[in-house]
Design a protein around this ligand. Structure first.
Ligand code: CA
Length: 221
């Protein structure tokens, strides 16, 4: 899952990026409205945290543009604590949630989890592959018999993305875009290596190869 943080308060943006990366998200940061508008329009984010007071272009303008272009990415806006009219404008412009500054980072993390769950209801079913369950908090696999299998950060990101899109054909390009950050060196062939690794852990049947199209995940493997 890949997130964009559009926030011109650089220390705050850095703190959020670090916290969300620890949650296993790929995180891009934009410090002004121009960059944020470009990234939001061209990169396939799973959610965007949008400060309304951005230099260059305001958050409200960006949100209105994305929605006018049919971009339904879940957006959480950040507003001044007493900025009730900002919140109303933001929700009218198509924001999915808001948080007033200052806020606790844990609340932002919880709200992002909730936004992503609502955006992909299939994820509510269960993040499972056969006898294995994905523990999102601890970023490991837990077997029904109690055994645990640690995962690397990339294994965790990739497996979570698969589990949240069960049965869908996912191209290597799409997987790469949702698992890596903008400035990461992206090599879609690396996805093959990770898929092989996940098959070793979960059983070959859990990830089906669709020749020329990509992969499809089957939780009942
Ligand atoms: Ca600001």
């Amino acid at each position: 899952m890949r997130l964009l943080i559009a926030e011109d308060d650089e220390p705050l943006a850095a703190r959020l990026r670090e916290r969300l990366a620890r949650e296993g998200y790929a995180v891009d940061v934009a410090h002004d409205g121009i960059d944020a508008g470009h990234l939001g329009a061209t990169e396939p984010y799973d959610a965007i945290v949008l400060d309304l007071g951005l230099p260059g272009r305001t958050g409200l303008d960006l949100l209105a543009d994305w929605r006018a272009a049919g971009n339904r990415v879940p957006v959480l806006i950040l507003t001044a604590r007493d900025g009730w009219s900002d919140r109303v404008d933001g929700l009218r412009a198509g924001a999915d949630d808001y948080l007033g500054k200052p806020f606790h980072t844990e609340e932002l993390v919880a709200r992002i989890h909730a936004l992503l769950r609502r955006a992909a209801p299939a994820a509510d079913v269960a993040l499972r592959a056969g006898p294995w369950r994905l523990d999102e908090t601890r970023q490991c696999l837990v077997h029904d018999d109690g055994r645990e299998q640690p995962l690397t950060a990339t294994e965790f990101r990739l497996l979570r993305y698969f589990m949240r899109h069960p049965g869908q054909v996912l191209s290597k390009t799409r997987l790469t875009e949702h698992v890596y950050e903008y400035d990461a060196e992206r090599d879609s062939n690396v996805i093959e290596v990770y898929v092989r690794r996940l098959r070793t852990l979960l059983g070959a049947g859990c990830i089906e190869t669709r020749r020329g199209q990509g992969y499809a995940f089957h939780g009942d493997g």
